[in-house]
Design a protein around this ligand. Structure first.
Ligand code: GDG
Length: 742
């Protein structure tokens, strides 16, 4: 049983003044309509006992106090935030819509990197945070929406460490090359901010990948499929393509107002085809390109004159921002040009309206249109495209959709176009206008089926379900620092066991990380320990390392140990000889070495280590920031280079390695265990590569990770210095047992 708190910049209501009296009016927009639909359709949801919506009020507090009783009929509460006008302008028109919006929609030249904008953005996110903290209760689910509130999840996390926080981004997340244009501190704050959430949702796979890539390059976060690990936390990043409210659209189809308006449209244009589009006035919507393409189409196809109309509905938006007002003028000039050029006394090609349509008109237009022409230059999703498809109960009509809208990844049966290519758009207008009815039907049916499978209710429930799952997953992976009780348990089980197996990593585990790998030589103390541990006939000790076989042989060849070199490429079982497990081929090394060499030159202090099956670029001796930044770039370059090969890139601890795939510490650990049947297994390591062992062995072993990071291991030791004392304490348990036994 929990409360669901929706947090978005905009509240689902704004205030209208009618004859001096304040009245609530539902505000429009994709986010609001999606969540409202969910709220209205899930009265019987058992787990969510109460719903609350927090957002900025676009009305004065006095008006709110007067009408507050009015929304008592609604089954969710509203928490309006009242924010100083100037501060809000800098946060909303400034940072949100003059920095993030243009940049994330690939209009970098329109971004205005003003520091007062960013300061206001941080401040408003903080105001949200303070309000939330004051009303949060244990068990609440907080769902934060969109680019205006990217820093909020982290702010909240700092104050309520256990909170359940979801974040959904409704606009595209751009590629790393675009995101990195932001000033250094801003991009770090934004990423860290979002990563404060437990689950981060995007509309498409591309946006997920872009986000993960930026988190890796800029913050050094690790990822494992859709899991991001950053500073001791595990966060899930996934795609949840927003759906539409099918019920509402289907219901509207039969409403008398809709039917009447639809009949009027039919009567007006009975002998004409209707091309329709509806967008907010926004440079991302591609209105100018669309008009250019339509003009070109008319030039190329004079036979369509008087036989069609283009109903272009534009909704006023963000008119305080110059980039918007300028475009309105240009667009209206273009419409005049087209109408002036092609109209006859009884016909004009573009019917333009600059207004917000009542819902029934919008539905009637969706149903009447022969072609929906939706060609944004970028769009997170685009619900209009989906609504047009879903509204066509008769399964006729053709959708022409920009391939740069998120919706294109689901609506493949639309005619997908490049919105800047007027030839392409014009050719597809012709194709749409002449498409046989059966083909229209076939395409519509497939798209409608997909929309039915994942409507807005499914979208919300899926996100909330995944959020719950992520919390469970985090609990499993929560760092468990070893305490005395666990040590006693391990000792006890070790002491009782008859056949023990110890799998131990070398660098960072048995010895500290040193300036160069060559310095990490085992000292007498370690050698003596390994000698005595491995000479116990009940013990099988394996050192599983990334080191090459030659070095391991030189240091430990004389001891009865199992040795694994280069993460599993070569193996020497106890008292046997070395065997090569990965087919050795050196052909790839020249190309990889060449790239690594460039990074050695660009990053003073870094160096390449060459092993028979591995090339490693070490950056432990470089200036910290620079080494880290270069390592992200190197991983990026190498990952592209090795695509479609059997190589893999490993992001280790201050080292980037390339090696043949097919060998990892998990696989090799299982292989060597398979040949023995131990009743006690201890596995200990510090590196990313050791995670493979932990995952492979977890059920049957005591797995221990060195360092306080999220891990698949059962336990954590905070420092490498604690490793030998722990292992030595095991020896003592055996001695005790043997001593006590008769
Ligand atoms: C973001 C992302 C993403 C539009 N005009 C009228 C009207 N609408 C309704 C539509 C639709 C919604 O508003 C607009 O949907 P969009 O998809 O364009 O969404 P945005 O609000 O711009 O914003 C976008 C979306 O979030 C959801 O995640 O798809 O990419 O930018 O529902 O029907 N409704 C009425 N009259 C209109 O004139 N009544």
């Amino acid at each position: 049983m929990s409360r669901l708190i929706i947090v978005s910049n905009r509240l689902p209501f704004s205030m209208d003044r009618e004859g001096g009296e304040a009245k609530l009016r539902q505000s429009s927009g994709g986010v609001v309509s999606a969540i409202k639909s969910y709220f209205e359709n899930t009265h019987s949801q058992e787990e969510i006992t109460e719903k609350l919506w927090m957002g900025v009020a676009d009305f004065p507090q006095d008006d709110w106090d007067k009408v507050v009783s009015e929304h008592s009929g609604i089954d969710f509460s509203i928490k309006p935030l009242f924010i100083d006008k100037q501060l809000y302008a800098d946060y909303y028109n400034g940072f949100s819509n003059s920095v993030l919006w243009p940049l994330f929609h690939y209009f970098p030249t329109l971004a205005q990197y003003q520091s007062n904008y960013f300061e206001a953005y941080v401040q408003v996110n903080k105001l949200f945070c303070n309000e939330l903290v004051s009303l949060m209760q244990p068990g609440d689910i907080i769902w934060i929406h969109d680019y205006q509130l990217m820093i909020l999840p982290q702010m909240l996390r700092q104050r309520r460490i256990e909170a359940t926080i979801g974040f959904f981004m409704h606009i595209p997340f751009p590629s790393y090359e675009i995101f990195r244009l932001l000033p250094k501190e801003w991009k770090k704050s934004l990423l860290q901010g979002v990563i404060g959430a437990d689950l981060i949702g995007f509309h498409t796979h591309d946006y997920v990948q872009h986000f993960i890539q930026s988190a890796k390059m800029i913050l050094g976060a690790d990822n494992y499929f859709h899991n991001l690990q950053y500073q001791n936390r595990l966060v899930r990043v996934d795609l949840f393509p927003i759906g539409i409210d099918l019920k509402k659209l289907h219901k509207a189809a039969g409403e008398p107002e809709v039917l009447e308006y639809r009949n009027d449209i039919k009567k007006n244009f009975e002998d004409k085809k209707i091309i329709f589009s509806v967008d907010r006035l926004d440079y991302t919507k591609g209105l100018m390109d669309r008009l250019n393409a339509f003009e070109y189409f008319l030039e190329q196809n004079p036979r369509w004159k008087e036989k069609l109309v283009f109903i272009l509905n534009v909704i006023p938006s963000r008119d305080e921002i110059q980039a918007y007002t300028e475009r309105k003028k240009q667009m209206e000039e273009k419409i005049s040009t087209i109408n002036g050029k092609f109209s006859s006394i009884s016909w004009q090609p573009v019917i333009y309206r600059f207004t917000h349509l009542p819902f029934y008109e919008l539905c009637a237009l969706y149903q009447s249109a022969d072609v929906a022409l939706i060609t944004p230059l970028r769009d997170g999703m685009n619900l209009v495209a989906k609504e047009f498809v879903a509204s066509n109960a008769a399964q006729r009509g053709v959708l022409i959709l920009s391939e740069l809208a998120g919706a294109a990844s689901e609506l493949n049966e639309a005619l997908l176009v490049n919105p800047t290519d007027i030839n392409d758009v014009a050719a597809n207008i012709t194709k749409a206008l002449t498409m046989p009815l059966q083909e229209q039907r076939n395409r519509m049916i497939l798209m409608q089926r997909r929309l039915e499978e994942y409507d807005v209710i499914k979208w919300v429930t899926d996100f909330l379900e995944q959020l719950k799952e992520t919390k469970k997953e985090q609990q499993k992976l929560t760092v468990k620092v070893i305490d005395d009780k666990v040590i006693r348990l391990i000792c006890h089980r070790y002491g009782e066991a008859e056949k023990r197996f110890l799998l131990i990593d070398y660098d960072g585990t048995l010895v500290p990380i040193t300036r160069t790998p060559a310095e990490a030589v085992p000292d007498d103390n370690l050698k003596e320990f390994l000698s005595s541990m491995s000479s116990d006939p009940d013990n099988h000790v394996a050192i599983i390392s990334g080191r090459d076989a030659g070095t391991l042989e030189k240091w430990f060849g004389h001891l009865p140990l199992t040795l694994v070199a280069e993460h599993g490429a070569a193996l020497k079982m106890k008292n046997k000889i070395w065997q090569q497990l990965v087919t050795v081929s050196d052909q790839w090394k020249d190309q990889v070495r060449r790239i690594m060499q460039i990074f050695v030159t660009r990053c003073v202090g870094s160096f390449i280590e060459e092993k028979p099956n591995t090339l490693a670029w070490h950056y432990r001796n470089t200036q910290v920031d620079l080494g880290f930044t270069r390592s992200r770039e190197l991983i990026n370059n190498l990952s592209q280079l090795i695509q479609n090969t059997s190589l893999q890139v490993i992001d280790g601890s201050k080292v980037v390695e390339v090696r043949m795939a097919g060998s990892d510490k998990g696989t090799i650990a299982l292989k060597i265990l398979n040949e023995s049947k131990p009743d006690f297994i201890l596995c200990i390591g510090d590196d990313t590569t050791d995670e493979d062992m932990f995952k492979a062995l977890n059920d049957s072993a005591f797995t221990i990770k060195i360092g306080a990071r999220a891990t698949a291991a059962k336990y954590t030791l905070l420092s490498q210095q604690q490793v030998l004392p722990l292992l030595n304490s095991l020896k003592a348990c055996v001695n005790k047992k043997k001593h006590v036994s008769p």
